[in-house]
Design a protein around this ligand. Structure first.
Ligand code: IMP
Length: 206
């Protein structure tokens, strides 16, 4: 088995990655003690920059093994790519203090796109995964899922902006599809699959 560390303590993300990785002989493990490590400031202006910055930073803690970190978010065409790299903190950046950031982010996004006509509501979930070793990026993997921003939440699965993201390919919102289905078509699932292909062709780790 190829051992790969992930800079995340998000159980859902780890489980999704682990399920896809198993078929490739890749053993996915969370970076031990990540909760106790001060997180680096995500100063990048692109998803790729932030993924690299996190992967390089945390890879120093796994003694020569490969570590991956991801960065993702929603980009709305009519808002020139917003919320973008600030997706998680969209409402917070607008001074909204809340214990329910997903709901506040969605609400703010709906408000800011109220005047955008149906024909101009295209958007994309974007994900960048960076693989690093000993503080250096080895490669990055970028993918997106294109969709249309809804005018009201639809579905109850998933997280974040999923209920507002209509995915024409499946004629459903991302909050109406199963986790397995989402992993197959999503930005994160596709970027991770590119990473697994790279591992398959290189078998860099041990
Ligand atoms: P992170 O980089 O994975 O922490 O994601 C940043 C933010 O982007 C999340 O807090 C969500 O608001 C949003 N986001 C990223 N991926 C998804 C997704 O698959 N569904 C819904 N929201 C997402």
């Amino acid at each position: 088995m190829t051992l790969i560390y992930v800079a995340s303590s998000n159980k859902g993300k780890l489980a999704d990655f682990a399920a896809a990785a198993r078929k490739h002989g890749v053993d996915i493990r969370p970076l031990p003690g990540i909760e106790g490590i001060d997180a680096p400031e995500e100063t990048g202006v692109t998803f790729e920059e932030n993924a690299r910055l996190k992967a390089e930073y945390y890879s120093r803690d796994v003694g020569g093994e490969i570590l991956i970190a991801d960065d993702s978010g929603l980009t709305v065409d009519a808002l020139s790519g917003e919320p973008g790299v600030r997706s998680a903190r969209y409402a917070e950046d607008a001074g909204i203090i809340t214990n329910h950031p997903d709901a506040a982010n969605n609400q703010l996004l709906l408000e800011r796109t109220e005047g955008v006509p149906d024909s101009r509501r295209q958007c994309a979930f974007v994900c960048s995964i960076a693989a690093a070793r000993n503080g250096k990026t080895l490669k990055t993997f970028n993918a997106e899922a294109r969709g249309v921003l809804l005018r009201a939440a639809k579905g109850s699965n998933g997280f974040g902006y999923d209920p507002l993201f209509y995915f024409p390919e499946l004629n459903k919102s991302f909050a109406e599809i199963s986790r397995e289905e989402k992993l197959r078509v999503s930005h994160r699932g596709k970027a991770f699959s590119l990473f697994l292909d790279w591992i398959d062709t290189n078998r860099l780790a041990h």
